[in-house]
Design a protein around this ligand. Sequence first.
Ligand code: CS2
Length: 457
Amino acid sequence: MRLSEASKDRLPGNVGVPGYDRSGALHAVHFGIGAFHRAHQAAFTDACNRAGNEAWSITGVSMRSATVAEQLNPQDGLYTLTVRSDEGSDTRVIGSVGEVLVAGPDRDTIVDRLASPECHLATFTVTEKGYCRAPDGSLDLTLASEGFYPILCEALVRRRDAGLPGLSLLSCDNLSGNGKQLGRLMREWIDAKAPTLRDWFAENCTTPDSMVDRIVPAPSADDLDALEQRIGLRDEGAIFTEGFTQWVIEDDFAGPRPAWEKQGVQVVDDVAPYETAKLRLLNGAHSLLAYAGLDHGHTYVHQAIADPKLRALVKRLMLEEAAPTIDAGEDQDLASYADQLVTRFENPALNHRLDQIAMDGSQKIGQRWLEVLAERNDRAGLCEAILTGIAHWLHHVSGQVRVVDDPRADALQNACAEASGAELVTTMFGKAGVVQSPWSPSDTETAFIIAQLRDLA
Ligand code: CS2
């Protein structure tokens, strides 16, 4: 039997269920309702609803596939979130998602939801590639026409024409200055497609920056079967995650939002120090573990971090290469942050696949590695750990070792087929390179990468 409103009372007593009215007087629309959103923002909003003084309901939007809609709609939007640690598994039902719509077939309904007076927020986990940036960082209008931009723009025009307030547009993706980038890209769309909206958008909508953190591996079929055995109901939308969770948001909202700060969310004036530390230490280390770990024959993050060679590289990347580029706030201790990250990576109960992290590298390595290299250009010493990561990434995107899951896979593979050695490094990262890079490799850096690549061949 499937989990649903009707069946949820059959769950064992140790599985918490939403005890609140789920009809939701206040509304948020979330673009990109994958595993991450369900373990993070939706869980924080569920905690707010449970705390009792508000009733938020989320319309989840899948940009492409109908899979999540098929998982959650027959379950009345309900799904379980299981926290996995050394001590075992703790499961609860999350009730903040009311429905899931699919961008193609349900387009008009999504616009209606965003244009309704109850809606105050649009949130985003569309992944790095979902922002549809051209290699030079500007909005690629052709790609964007398939993304969230036209839907959101149409809804904002309707809100303006109806005299409704604007929306807070909250990016929860791993981009540096994610809110500022979203604002800039949305303005580029508006300028090109609906210029009369420009002033209203500037005056009525906000795009706060945010740093999001929780490790959420893609669930496996075995995970779902074992959960069913344990809780007695089938949950096709189940999510499994770690205990740690963090959300830091810039205090810049256009209207109401859930009282997330009462559930541990940090609402601050400046997100940048948190975001930079997270992207460069956690995500930077993740990408290194992914490409180097796969080349060393590992499958999961906990295996790669247990490999002494990779562990030493990760520590070096975090403490000696990334940390010196971060202007840490008073409450940030980067050395203990790095220790905490290593412990999180070691969690064997998560089974976090390296190939999940290796996806879309062309969209990720800029804010994780290249910005660090660019900032350290003038400092003493080579960033050997990051440069080793780059060698493994080049080996990966050559397409000769495994399938490359990346929106720029063809361009990357062609570049690897046509150039080698120093020429390859320049083709990739030089001015007008295949990857838009704030960093121009020096001769010493290039020589280091080539030597590493030779060892991998
Ligand atoms: C990972 C992130 O897949 C990836 O690229 O580095 O999803 C990472 O697990 C999260 O950002 C952790 O907060």
